[in-house]
Design a protein around this ligand. Sequence first.
Ligand code: FES
Length: 246
Amino acid sequence: MSETSIAAAAEPTSFAFDPLSDEQIAIILKRYPPGRQASAVIPVLYVVQKQMGRLTGSAWVPRVAMDAVAALLEMPPIRVYEVATFYLMFNTKPIGRFHLQVCTTTPCWLRGSDDVVAACKRATGIQHMGETSVDGLFTMTEVECLGACVNAPMMQINDDYYEDLDGPRTEALLAAFRRGETPPIGSTIGREGSMSVGGPTTLTDEAALWNPEHYAAERRARAEAEAAAAAAAAAPPPAAPPPAGE
Ligand code: FES
């Protein structure tokens, strides 16, 4: 969908939950006691956004869908609008197929988020935050800390995190999406979890005590040594040698 067609697709005149959404909403509503369905407004809005992404390629929440949520949850529409417009995770305008949410908060900035932003602009043609690429594939948004600072800089693309980015790796990532591939999520340099960039530096010795087998062996050896020492202490003293000359 091009940027023009995205704009043209804005604000549909009707919205209906599809069967998959109906199924998901039925599960969500069971979590709340009768009369408290309004508490489900956030997860239900999320279902709407996923449905829009599934059916149109643009994951957003149109006004008519907010009205449908209000009717479903028996709450005033304004209460749904307030929630949908307050939280950044809800897109109240059409977006591209891939939503690039680039973290620029201090840890990511110190680790090079400017390079990530520049690479996103180069790879997509987007000039400013909040814009959608002309081919309708990408929308770039600036976000605050996404809680993955340990592998900064990072960005979220749709529901997934891509970490340890730099300019070239960001461009390669977006090129892969453009080709229709789904790159592996997480660290782009193969870091596992939050381990050090240079690889693990602790608990690397197989014979170290943290290894359960070696720990058990060490405990056995210590217990045997203690038992031997106790037995030696309890044993009668050796008989004194006979005096010389007898
Ligand atoms: S500062 Fe970027 S994830 Fe925390």
